[in-house]
Design a protein around this ligand. Structure first.
Ligand SMILES: Cc1cc2nc3c(=O)[nH]c(=O)nc-3n(C[C@H](O)[C@H](O)[C@H](O)COP(=O)(O)OP(=O)(O)OC[C@H]3O[C@@H](n4cnc5c(N)ncnc54)[C@H](O)[C@@H]3O)c2cc1C
Length: 431
């Protein structure tokens, strides 16, 4: 396996306490919480904290149209659905996403295929596939209904300074003077390179995989029948996820050089390569839009909290895209953090106290580490041709397909139904 340690490659643009022009806290706009990063995870946290009655600012560097139009789509598990239901947003999201009622798991051309069905969960469905823009638009709609939440966008946070029990946050916007905010708690939802995490000197460990991930939308000739496919190839896992209107999303992990070469191909050549690897069981496949390539990495922060600071989502951890776990872990982080904050408020405690934030860290770190380990093991075990390992995984496929309690257990893990479920209460009576 060719793995290399992650080099911290983004410059630390944040400085704490003793660097730069220290802003005057008396000029600062006051909030209970400032969230840095308006991706899906930051927005989930903002919505939930806003509904709990806290005064919140969420700062996002990209313009709203750019932020929502990423061309990304995610597999959303049932626990994430529960969080959107708690936020009162699922009814808005549901008509615009596709449900999948079957997952087919296979190992290259080996004939044994494991078929997961909703009966394995005792539910009507296994999960959903949602485009990034659908989730973000619903969350932004939710935020617009909350007068106690300010969305500051596009704006980039350039400095945080801890002063007593407040953190001063400085941000810049194009052609506007720098602004200063202050808050008891800053939440870093600023993605895998998290400048806030770096400025706080929170170390990470992990590696960049030898693979990159090619993603694209395709229109198959035959209906996708609400089926998601995960096929393990020696090069890396290949997934097809069903979307509304018969569209599908491919998530294809391949060695970096192969992925880079795929981007240089014209649409016909790209589809020919795709067919040669995946066959034509869905009929003729047509490429929709441009494919793109993402680096694939495993990253974990050694801590999620410091006084006045909490990391959530990719700022705290990133995993291999196999099994589509990343965004679901982040949604659970956001919900768990809000959960402990709500509990502290209900007990008249300081919601930003380190002891409260530590509850969030303890809650989430174990489960996140388990999923990171699981996705790493899956990709290593399935992305190789060593015979004893091939034998073990093929026996595992037989066991999975033929012993339904084991299949059910694996599926419950994948859908986040085995951990402690965070529930957002909303409407905190103490605030
Ligand atoms: C190829 C690929 C496929 C994937 N597929 C799936 C899937 O099927 N299912 C799944 O669950 N997950 C999937 N993931 C993982 C998922 O995309 C991430 O886990 C998720 O997007 C992380 O969200 P986030 O909000 O934490 O970070 P991000 O989405 O990275 O958002 C961070 C935000 O912070 C903003 N920001 C950064 N710095 C600043 C600053 N200084 N000031 C203001 N704003 C700032 C950025 O502009 C950005 O909008 C996939 C990932 C990849 C790479």
């Amino acid at each position: 396996m060719h793995t290399a340690p992650i080099v911290t490659d983004s410059p630390a643009i944040y400085h704490e306490c003793d660097y730069g022009v220290t802003p005057n806290p008396t000029d600062a706009r006051e909030y209970d919480v400032v969230i840095v990063g308006g991706g899906v995870i930051g927005n989930v946290a903002a919505c939930a904290l806003g509904q709990a009655g806290l005064k919140v600012a969420i700062v996002e560097a990209e313009a709203q149209s750019l932020a929502s139009d990423r061309g990304q789509a995610y597999s959303i598990n049932l626990l994430s659905v529960q969080v959107f239901e708690d936020l009162g947003l699922w009814q808005r999201i549901r008509p615009q996403v596709e449900t999948y009622r079957s997952v087919q798991l296979s190992d290259g051309d080996y004939r044994k295929v494991v078929q997961f069905s909703p009966q394995d969960l005792g539910r009507e469905t296994i999960g959903y596939v949602a485009e990034h823009r659908i989730l973000l638009e619903a969350l932004q709609y939710g935020l617009n209904t909350l007068p106690n939440v300010d969305c500051i966008c596009p704006a980039t946070v350039i400095e945080t300074v801890k002063k007593g029990d407040q953190t001063i946050v400085r941000l810049v916007q194009a052609s506007a003077p720098a602004q200063t905010l202050s808050a008891k708690l800053v939440i870093a939802a600023d993605g895998s390179r998290s400048p806030l995490r770096q400025a706080a000197n929170i170390t990470t460990y992990g590696w960049q995989y030898w693979q990159s991930c090619i993603v694209a939308f395709i229109q198959p000739e035959h209906p996708h029948k609400q089926t998601a496919y995960e096929r393990f190839q020696p090069d890396g896992p290949f997934a097809i996820l069903p979307l509304p209107n018969g569209l599908c999303r491919i998530v294809w992990t391949a060695p970096r050089a192969v992925a880079d070469r795929m981007l240089t191909l014209n649409p016909d050549e790209f589809m020919a390569e795709l067919r040669s690897r995946y066959g034509d069981h869905m009929g003729k496949l047509t490429l929709v839009g441009q494919p793109s390539v993402f680096p694939v990495r495993l990253l974990h922060s050694t801590r999620y909290v410091k006084p006045g600071l909490a990391l959530i989502g990719d700022a705290a951890h990133c995993c291999h895209p196999v099994g589509g776990q990343g965004i679901n872990l982040g949604i659970r982080d956001a919900a768990a953090l809000v959960n402990v904050i709500e509990k502290a408020l209900a007990q008249d405690k300081d919601f930003a106290a380190l002891s409260v934030l530590k509850q969030y860290e303890r809650w989430r770190m174990g489960e996140n580490l388990m999923v990171l380990g699981l996705t790493d093991t899956l990709t290593r075990v399935f992305s190789n041709k060593i015979w004893p390992i091939v034998l073990i995984r093929r026996v595992s496929l037989w066991i999975l397909q033929d012993i339904s309690p084991i299949r059910s257990l694996v599926l419950r893990h994948m859908q986040g139904l085995t951990g402690k479920a965070p529930r957002i209460v909303g409407q905190n009576p103490k605030v």
